[in-house]
Design a protein around this ligand. Structure first.
Ligand code: URP
Ligand code: ZN
Ligand code: ZN
Length: 459
């Protein structure tokens, strides 16, 4: 099968030119001006951007959490991702306490098998790690799971103590593996939550008020200090505020391999969205939404490369029956929010259209940097001869209004309901096959392949 994308403006993290792109089978085979070739399918891209498919390295499909399970499975979640121009996700498998590391990964393989419409990889949430498990960790790395998430939050569920974090960092780092840190002082936060509940403060907004920015900044500081002692890199996930960003910036200025991602919710939403009533449960995620002034600081960090990646931390729970578990007690609201579908358009609109970042930086933040960070580059994250034909034809002038009535995520609300954004995903190819055409789904469950990832090439 030969597909020709004609007359588009090809934009990668470093290039920007008018060209035709020929795809043969699953790969890009020729890029050139006015290609005179036969093709089975021609996609007309005049006036459109032709960009690498998005990579979202932080999703939680079918995650058992907070007494329920995130509402997108690997089929609905990847369909929604594809509609939004994301062609690869990296989801978080979980090693629960008492399980072998490999058990967690095997369980996630079973969940995802036959369901994904785009390619997918796994990190492993590691809740227990002893030195004796180092070989097991390396076996997983050889099988393409090269990054591990450890938590300083959620005591009794995912929290790992500093010794465990240090051991995991030392072992992973010695082989080029990457530790992803949920950096928040969950032990102290739990004490603050107990006080709030004892004082009758039960509404969703108290989720935010009991998780101060300093609790995140302390976690980031500690994570970086542990990684420095372990002589290994660290990647801070879902960084939400200026206080935490300052810790990463200070470490990077000292030349340490400290990296971080932020998410659209921290760039576009704020603590004001919680309001007073239970509707605020829509925004109960961890870390919580912050005061609005943090948003411009995060945009600055994205511009100066103190933040390298934009992921979504997609972890949807319906208001009905799921978020409702926390009516009358905010600490029982399942933590997480939907987002996998609108990352590309939100960042194009808020970043490029509003003059905060360049088009090249947009591609880098939504695709290339994640590919390099998580061992997928240059197979993914760029448009180049030999790379996978994961390509988005993007209309920079199109407009859309985000709404739960039209989105594809399996969740009964949108965190961005009614928001008008410039930039519309038109056509999406995953390894050469059209999965979305003019907004219509054309893909197939099971067509997505497991991504056996290499190690980070960002250092
Ligand atoms: O609230 C969130 N972020 N839920 C998902 C789990 C996590 O901490 O990433
Ligand atoms: Zn987390
Ligand atoms: Zn997460």
């Amino acid at each position: 099968m030969r597909t020709l994308i004609r007359n588009g403006r090809v934009v990668t993290a470093v290039d920007d030119y008018k060209a035709d792109v020929l795809i043969e089978g699953e790969k890009v085979s020729v890029i050139g001006a006015k290609l005179d070739v036969e093709a089975d399918r021609v996609i007309e891209a005049g006036g459109k951007l032709v960009i690498p498919g998005g990579i979202d390295p932080h999703t939680h499909m079918e995650l058992p959490f907070g007494g329920t399970e995130s509402s997108d499975d690997f089929r609905t979640g990847t369909i929604a991702a594809a509609h939004g121009g994301t062609t690869s996700i990296i989801d978080f498998a979980v090693q629960y306490k008492g399980q072998a590391l490999v058990e967690g990964v095997d369980n996630w393989h079973r969940k995802a098998e036959g369901k994904c419409v785009i390619d997918y990889g796994f990190h492993l949430i590691t809740t227990e790690f002893e030195d004796g498990q180092t070989e097991e960790l390396y076996t997983l790395m050889d099988e393409g799971v090269t990054s591990f998430k450890l938590f300083m939050a959620y005591p009794g569920v995912f929290l790992a103590d500093d010794a465990t974090i240090f051991r995991a960092m030392s072992a992973a780092g010695a082989r080029g593996g990457l530790i992803c840190m949920h950096a928040e002082n969950g032990i102290v936060i739990n004490e603050i939550i107990k006080r709030a509940l004892a004082e009758g403060r039960t509404a969703p907004k108290y989720h935010a008020l009991t998780r101060p920015t300093i609790a995140e900044a302390e976690g980031v500081h500690r994570a970086i200090a542990l990684s420095e002692m372990a002589e290994s890199p660290v990647y801070i996930v879902h960084l939400s505020c200026a206080d935490a960003l300052n810790q990463v910036r200070e470490a990077r200025d000292r030349g340490l391999p400290a990296f971080a991602e932020t998410c659209p919710q921290y760039l576009f939403l704020s603590i004001e969205d919680y309001g007073e009533g239970f509707e605020g449960a829509k925004y109960v995620m961890t870390p919580p939404l912050r005061e609005k002034w943090n948003q411009e600081e995060l945009w600055k960090g994205l511009k100066t490369d103190d933040l390298q990646v934009i992921s979504t931390d997609h972890c949807p729970f319906c208001m009905k029956e799921q978020k409702e578990l926390g009516r009358g007690d905010f600490s029982k609201i399942p933590n997480g929010a939907p987002g996998v579908e609108h990352r590309m358009s939100l960042i194009y609109d808020g970043g490029v259209a509003q003059g905060r970042i360049s088009l090249n930086r947009f591609v880098e933040l939504t695709s290339t940097a994640a590919a390099k960070m998580f061992g997928l580059f240059p197979r993914k994250g760029t448009i180049a001869v030999g790379s996978d034909a994961d390509i988005v034809v993007f209309d920079p002038d199109g407009e859309q209004t985000i709404s739960a009535a039209t989105h594809h995520m399996n969740v009964d609300y949108s965190a961005y309901e009614g928001r008008k954004v410039k930039g519309v995903v038109e056509t999406v190819l995953s390894r050469g096959s059209v999965v979305v055409e003019n907004g219509e789904f054309k893909g197939k469950a099971g067509a997505g392949q497991f991504l056996k990832r290499g190690t980070c090439v960002s250092m």
